[in-house]
Design a binder for this molecule. Structure first.
Ligand code: 3PG
Ligand code: CO
Length: 554
């Protein structure tokens, strides 16, 4: 029968202190002026790369290696940390929604039947990120959803759109809104009253995460539910065009707006009897809104009016909280993660990051599950992030604080695994500010050094890797790799990349014969879990992606 007990590794000892460091948004790319990692002073990461070749390699962090639909899909933190923690590749939300739409099953499930009850008499509201980034949502999925509901009796549709500029180029919001407006015009020709009702930039409206700043969700609530916002327009296209014309305007941070009729009344507040679908498949930035929509007891902001609605998420966002109760597509069943195995085998774990990435090394790492497996053996520490700023203003973020906490945990002797996420390369990379991203990469490197020094002191082992690329390439390129120009200027890339990421192992506790195998050339993030289990002195479960290391006699 099934057992959580892991077999002993035949050659590797138990009881070593292991630091697992995830540099967020830290890929490997050619050195050039847009490679902020290359252009930053990163002596620690450089020394790992220039060190023993058998202790440094690259792993895949995008596309099918992390369960995304195609090789054109860049990596992201959700799928990256899922793969790192689970040790296997699961078809991820993006792919599962594609399949459910393709087969039509999405329109047959409990979630859809539940919201459909409101189609006759109420309005269907769709809320989510409007782009083709494929990280949190995809426009083509929204289009298929619109088609599906329009064939199944919906009478009135209102969209509440969040502009992107973070997983796609800044400025692309206008074209996405235009596309959607054209689709809605066609629905209106068919007699369906379909309109965009509100909007705003994703970082300013609705899509906060890990409870960093509830005012973001409140701004969305006011616009989407109450129909109130500081900016009013009669069309969404006019809204984004006008708001983007302001100095320093940016798709990620557009202010909230509502669409109003001739009398100035919002065209689509959410009211009793309506149905709501949040169409993001990725959880982290929808969980807070899901709570606001669903929880009876809620005190994170004054909701003013709580409409009685039928609400479904595109996916279930939190399997532990069963949030939301209704959803259109079942999430990947990420079970038996390495974290769960390790607690069952007595490994004591410490995990830490700052708020904006805290859930990455806990929730995502543990297969989209919040909470501890065993509170006696685990401690998760969240360092509060600065809120209300864009991270190019504080590119060092809390890297040193995270590293100091990790160091303390390492030196305490109370933990076997100390796991951190260092957010800088990613969070600052997303701002598109090249100078700041260079500062960010330097800060992350300094944090790595603090942790490696502590590992040195206790005779431990380190595993340094990343979840996906970002800071190593900050320019949009054509197929041949040349920077793309627009109006004579290069287009800055705020999103992640398709690049592989480094993984380095070492430290005084690493057994002398341990080295990266050379027979796993296509290894990806999912191979890391088995590797780490080995370093803890265990064999990985047989269905895990294979380990990256071997032990040769020395
Ligand atoms: C975000 O949510 O910030 C971006 O869409 C993706 O970034 P992450 O995958 O690094 O969190
Ligand atoms: Co990112």
């Amino acid at each position: 029968g099934f057992s959580w007990k892991l077999p002993d590794h035949p050659k590797l000892p138990k009881g070593k202190t292991i630091a697992v460091i995830v540099l967020d948004g830290w890929g490997e790319a050619n050195p050039n002026e847009y490679n902020c990692i290359h252009n930053a002073e990163t002596p620690t990461m450089d020394s790992l790369k220039k060190g023993a070749p058998e202790h440094w390699r690259l792993v895949r962090a995008h596309g099918k290696a992390v369960g995304l639909p195609t090789e054109d899909d860049m990596g992201n933190s959700e799928v990256g940390h899922n793969a790192l923690g689970a040790g296997r590749i699961f078809a991820q939300g993006a792919k599962l929604v594609d399949l459910a739409l393709e087969s039509g099953k999405i329109f047959e499930g409990d979630g859809f039947n539940y919201i459909k009850e409101s189609f006759e008499t109420g309005t269907l509201h769709l809320i989510g990120l409007l782009s083709d980034g494929g990280v949190h949502s995809r426009l083509d999925q929204v289009q298929l959803l619109l088609k599906g509901v329009s064939e199944r009796g919906v009478k009135r549709i209102r969209l509440h759109v969040l502009t992107d500029g973070r997983d796609v180029l800044d400025g692309s919001s206008v074209a996405f809104v235009e596309t959607l407006e054209n689709d809605l015009a066609k629905l209106r020709e068919k007699g369906i009253d379909a309109r965009i009702a509100s909007g705003g930039g994703r970082m300013n409206v609705t899509m906060d995460r890990y409870e960093n700043d509830w005012s973001v969700v409140k701004r969305g609530w006011d616009a989407q539910v109450l129909g109130e916002a500081p900016f009013k327009f009669t069309s969404a296209l006019e809204a984004v065009k006008t708001l983007r014309a302001a100095p320093k305007a940016n798709d990620q941070y557009l202010p909230p707006f509502v669409i109003v009729d001739e009398s100035g009344k919002s065209v689509g507040p959410i009211v009793d009897g309506d149905a709501v679908v949040t169409f993001n498949f990725r959880a982290d930035r929808m969980t807070m809104l899901a709570k606001a929509l669903e929880y009876e007891k809620f005190d994170n902001f004054d909701r003013v009016r709580v409409p009685k609605i039928r609400y479904a998420g595109m996916l279930e966002y939190d399997g532990e909280l069963k949030l939301p109760r209704h959803y259109l597509v079942s999430p990947p069943e990420i079970d038996r993660t390495s974290g769960e195995y390790l607690v069952h085998n007595g490994v004591r774990t410490f995990a830490c990051s700052e708020t904006v990435k805290f859930g990455h090394v806990t929730f995502f790492w543990n297969g989209n599950r919040s909470g501890y497996f065993n509170a006696d053996l685990e401690q998760y520490v969240e360092i509060p992030s600065d809120s209300g700023i864009t991270f190019n203003e504080q590119p060092k973020m809390k890297a040193v604080e995270i590293a100091e906490k990790a160091k303390e945990a390492i030196l305490s002797g109370k933990f076997d695994q100390i796991r951190v996420n260092l957010p800088n390369g990613d969070m600052v990379g997303h701002t598109g500010d090249i100078e700041a991203t260079i500062v960010a990469c330097k800060a992350a490197d300094e944090a790595v050094k603090i942790i490696l020094d502590a590992i040195q002191q206790v005779g431990g082992i380190y595993v340094v890797t990343a979840d996906h690329g970002n800071a190593e390439d900050m320019v949009k390129r054509d197929k041949a790799g040349k920077p793309l120009l627009k109006d004579g200027k290069v287009q800055i890339l705020t999103s992640h990349t398709l690049e592989p990421v480094p993984i380095a192992i070492g430290g005084p506790g690493l057994a002398p014969g341990v080295r990266f195998r050379n027979d796993v050339p296509t290894g990806g993030l999912a191979n890391v879990a088995a590797t780490v289990m080995n370093l803890h002195g265990f064999e990985a479960p047989s269905d895990y992606e294979t380990t990256l290391i071997e032990v040769v006699d020395k």
